[in-house]
Design a protein around this ligand. Structure first.
Ligand SMILES: [Zn+2]
Ligand SMILES: [Zn+2]
Length: 178
């Protein structure tokens, strides 16, 4: 494991959220947001309305900037996000989850909790100097973000689709050059 369990979970959910903005946009309905929320094990307040959806959609470019920022810039962005949200870190234990960090109240709006969860995860990324684990997809035509949690740092594509497309292109290039 590269980061603590809750850090990895927060980074995975943030990257998935940012990548919904890659065309075609896949976060356009409350149902889409439900799907992301459930898949990533979020708990706490859900409004399930259009306002909440709009707020979370608008957070995507903010998180994207944070996740691809260089180390010094990321530190500034993290501090701003935590201050704006008046984050107050504390250890909690709920459901099947052992002690982990929460930094905003469970009844805070979803958008604020996602912003703070992500900022807290990037705290670890900055402290450990592991920023190179986050990158933009190696596919020329894709803006998706990649979170590489592999031991040998081998992950370069945001999705299986991008990896396969590039594997096919590389295979064709090798055949042509024979
Ligand atoms: Zn929790
Ligand atoms: Zn991609």
């Amino acid at each position: 494991m590269v980061f603590a369990h809750d850090t990895e979970a927060a980074l995975l959910s943030a990257v998935a959220l940012v990548n919904t903005a890659v065309e075609p946009d896949t976060l356009t309905s409350v149902e889409d947001l439900d799907g992301w929320y459930q898949e990533h094990g979020y708990t706490g307040r859900r409004d399930g309305d259009a306002a909440e959806l709009a707020e979370v959609r608008a957070l995507r470019p903010v998180l994207r900037e944070l996740l691809v920022a260089d180390r010094d810039r990321a530190a500034v962005l993290v501090n701003d996000l935590l201050a704006d949200a008046r984050a107050l870190p504390r250890l909690v234990r709920h459901g099947d989850l052992d002690w982990h960090l929460h930094a905003v109240a469970d009844d805070a709006p979803l958008v604020r909790r996602v912003a703070v969860e992500t900022a807290m995860a990037v705290v670890d990324v900055v402290r450990t100097g592991e920023g190179s684990r986050l990158s933009v997809c190696a596919d020329d035509g894709c803006d998706g973000l990649v979170l590489d949690l592999s031991r040998n740092r081998s992950r370069r594509f945001c999705s299986t689709a991008c990896a396969n497309r590039n594997a096919v292109a590389a295979y064709r290039a090798r055949r042509r050059s024979r």
